[in-house]
Design a protein around this ligand. Structure first.
Ligand code: XBP
Ligand code: MG
Length: 252
């Protein structure tokens, strides 16, 4: 089977968005609303067990704030907090404050030149993706992606496979013709559930996740003078991920 397309997660995979992007944006939204909620770096790592910002806030209240009395309009409050959080996150991303991870720009450019089709499959809000791409990858780069499947476009978020199935259906491709790129266990469960061979690049929050089933687990994609490290999986030892590497991984 020929490799035709690459499907990318965003948060943690294209960029390290969580610790210094989404987390402070949530905290600013909580402070704006006069709530005494504050998510430090360690707590946020535990909250990442749940994907989706609105879902994460509800999980926090249920699991960590037994003292908090939910108002009748709690769902509306969460929706409003999430809108404020998205504004704060977008403002940060629009300042170029969230750089792409090593090798991302290089690999995306090489893949385009080689005729591979590109898509995004993420649980985050669509606006977060477009602002991040525009300001960290470059103007017009959202057009590099044939499909940007994001947020509430499917009712059930990762680890459910729905967002990947949606992207594949939009592209008219079979999972066997594609590779997925993920950074987390929830993301991997989603991509594997959709039948996609998956390459993992870890980050500080996901180092200890269970990546069984991944084709390969790497520190990052690598750059010519900054080699990556292979942590588990396929024995394709090469200091950086390029299109030839991906084709070999897809065949393996
Ligand atoms: C990403 C997420 C998102 C972001 C917040 O997971 O879990 O929830 O943290 O995004 P993945 P929103 O990388 O597996 O797609 O606040 O916009 O929901
Ligand atoms: Mg992710």
């Amino acid at each position: 089977m020929t490799l035709r397309a690459l499907l990318f997660d965003v948060d943690g995979t294209l960029a390290d968005t969580e610790r210094d992007g989404h987390r402070p944006a949530f905290n600013q939204a909580f402070a704006d609303a006069g709530l005494d909620w504050h998510w430090d770096i360690a707590l946020y790592g535990r909250l990442l067990a749940v994907t989706g910002g609105k879902e994460r806030m509800k999980y926090y209240v249920d699991q960590f704030r037994p003292d908090y009395h939910k108002p009748d309009n709690f769902d509306d409050l969460v929706a409003d907090l999430h809108k404020a959080k998205t504004r704060h996150y977008s403002a940060l991303a629009a300042r170029g404050g969230i750089p792409m991870r090593p090798g991302i720009r290089r690999l995306l450019s090489e893949a385009r030149a080689a005729g591979l089709r590109l898509a995004i499959a993420t649980t985050t809000t669509p606006e977060n993706v477009t602002v991040l791409l525009e300001h960290s990858l470059g103007p017009g780069t959202q057009d590099w992606f044939e499909v940007i499947a994001a947020g509430d476009i499917v009712p059930t978020k990762k680890p459910a496979p729905d967002i990947y199935r949606y992207a594949l259906a939009q592209m008219g491709l079979d999972a066997a013709e594609c590779l997925a790129f993920e950074d987390s266990e929830n993301g991997l469960r989603a991509s594997l559930g959709a039948g996609l061979k998956t390459l993992i690049t870890v980050n500080d929050y996901t180092l200890d996740h269970d990546f069984s089933g991944a084709a390969v687990v790497l520190s990052d994609l690598g750059e010519p003078h900054v080699p990556n490290r292979r942590l588990a999986g396929a024995g394709l030892d090469q200091p950086l991920v390029d299109v030839a590497y991906l084709k070999a991984l897809h065949q393996s």
